[in-house]
Design a protein around this ligand. Structure first.
Ligand SMILES: [Zn+2]
Length: 104
């Protein structure tokens, strides 16, 4: 890899990480994407600017993509059961992965 390739790859990675907040169902969440694990969590009890959605890894793999979808579904609708959120996030994640939505 040339220095230019490496530089543009880093620039692209930084740009993808600039997502700091996202609104689900009218509620603003802080978005924190880490590295190294596939687990995530989403806070349903905080109010105002302290709500957060965390994914321990950027969606480099199908399971990491499914984790982010899973936590997003929680943020969008806390009334849904865990088993439904699990099923729907798996279905959507697998479809998006098959369609080519993969992070380099
Ligand atoms: Zn869950």
């Amino acid at each position: 890899m040339t220095a230019m390739d490496h530089s543009s790859k880093l620039k692209k990675a930084r740009k993808q990480r600039q997502v700091r907040t996202h609104t689900f169902n009218g509620r603003k969440y802080k978005i924190d994407i880490g590295d190294g694990h596939t687990d995530g969590l989403c806070d349903q009890y905080a109010t105002g600017d302290s709500r957060y959605l965390v994914s321990m890894a950027a969606p480099h793999t199908r399971n990491e993509l499914i984790t982010i979808i899973h936590e997003s579904l929680h943020a969008s609708n806390w009334a849904e059961t865990e088993s439904v959120v699990d099923r729907v996030s798996d279905e959507i994640g697998r479809l998006l992965w098959r369609l080519g939505y993969k992070r380099p």
